[in-house]
Design a protein around this ligand. Structure first.
Ligand code: SF4
Length: 369
């Protein structure tokens, strides 16, 4: 996990969903056969033109399973990748665990997919319904079983904290489900009410748990998962040892990645680019636009402090040819006195309690650069 890697990752954004979840502000839309074919043709054209080799590939969305397993396999076949590449596909239980629809994970595994990220969100059906999820825990369980039967053991489950009506007890039910399912990785995100979403419009009427309650849930989740052998390796991510997401670690380590698909971001050759949130321009072949130069010391520190390994002084020195300022370490020592950080002579990092106030702590720290 601590190794840095020069081989870039590849992210492919698939912007299609069956319906819009009421809290979601990702770029996604319903799809018909014609749109899907045009998207696949545009994406295949870009993939075929890339000369670069990748050691992680991540199909994210949206719901990439909506492309169908054969199309995912086709696109993956066009990717120039290393033999040991980590290849992840995000899947929705309503598309892959529903017994009426057949989704063959064997096709994905045969094509080289070795990691599935499943949008569980909650193991409690009333909570899943609050989030607009049509599939229940039965379909999620079927999807997990089908993935495992296809020989893919590296399963990541998404869990949400702060769902309307959720309690610490119901969250515990979800986490126990995750641990017992054999998942190797769990992403636990707090629900954010984003502008422009349906939840934003009706926020006052949602039975949302209070802020303190959600913080307690977060700390309880961290403790429970750590007791069950998971490493709390990033603010919102937990993994059994060796199962940390290699692709996502590239983002947090400020390593390079190519992003393809409408709204996808890239960081290549020291510059950040993104495709506009516009499927028409993507299908027409418009290139991504320059966003900014990336990975300056501030950004590097912001991302490093999301990780439990924190800011490693040697690596900062190697990358920027300068020392982590003493003032910053002094501030980290203050955080440590309050149980919010750990400081050694090699690095400092935030604790789970520190992660809860990471926005303020990190802003204060980078203000000392
Ligand atoms: S399935 Fe995911 S991407 Fe699609 S609308 Fe729901 S939350 Fe958004």
């Amino acid at each position: 996990m601590t190794m840095t890697d020069k081989t870039p990752g590849l992210y492919i954004h698939v912007p299609f969903c069956r319906s819009k979840c009421p809290y979601c502000d990702f770029y996604s839309m319903p799809v018909n056969t014609e749109l899907k074919e045009k998207y696949i043709a545009a994406t295949a054209g870009i993939l075929s033109s890339l000369e670069q080799k990748f050691n992680t590939v991540y199909f994210g969305g949206g719901s990439p399973d909506m492309l169908g397993e054969e199309n995912i396999a086709y696109l993956l076949g066009l990717v120039n990748r290393t033999e040991d590449a980590e290849i992840t596909v995000e899947c929705n239980p309503s598309g892959t665990g529903c017994e009426k629809r057949s989704f063959d994970f064997g096709v994905l595994s045969g094509a080289g997919v070795n990691r599935i990220s499943l949008g569980l969100q909650s193991a409690v059906d009333t909570e899943r319904r609050q989030l607009g999820r049509t599939a229940g825990i039965k379909e999620a369980g079927t999807a997990v079983k089908k993935i495992q039967e296809a020989g893919i053991d590296n399963i990541s489950l998404d869990v949400m904290l702060g769902i309307p009506g959720q309690t610490e007890e119901s969250l515990r039910t979800t986490l126990e489900y995750c641990v017992n399912s054999g998942a190797k990785h769990i992403s636990a995100y707090m629900l954010k009410i984003e502008e422009g979403t349906y939840f934003h419009k009706v926020a006052d009427k949602l039975n949302l748990p209070g802020e303190d309650e959600v913080c307690d849930m977060y700390l309880a989740a961290s403790e429970f998962l750590r007791q069950n052998g998971f490493l709390h390796y990033e603010i919102s991510n937990f993994a059994l040892p060796g199962y940390e997401s290699r692709h996502n670690l590239k983002y947090w380590h400020c390593e390079e990645y190519e992003g393809i698909g409408p709204s996808a971001h890239s960081f290549m050759h020291g510059k950040r680019y993104c495709y506009p949130r516009d499927i028409s321009s993507y299908i027409e072949g418009k290139p991504p636009v320059y966003d900014s130069d990336g990975a300056d010391p501030k950004e590097y520190i912001m991302l490093a402090l999301r990780l439990s390994e924190g800011l490693v002084y040697d690596r900062f020195r190697q990358r920027f040819s300068k020392e982590v300022p003493d003032k910053m370490i002094e501030y980290a020592l203050l955080l440590e006195k309050n149980g919010l950080a750990r400081v050694t002579d090699k690095q400092f990092n935030l604790t789970p309690e520190g992660f809860l106030v990471s926005n303020t702590a990190i802003l204060n720290l980078i203000g000392l650069l």
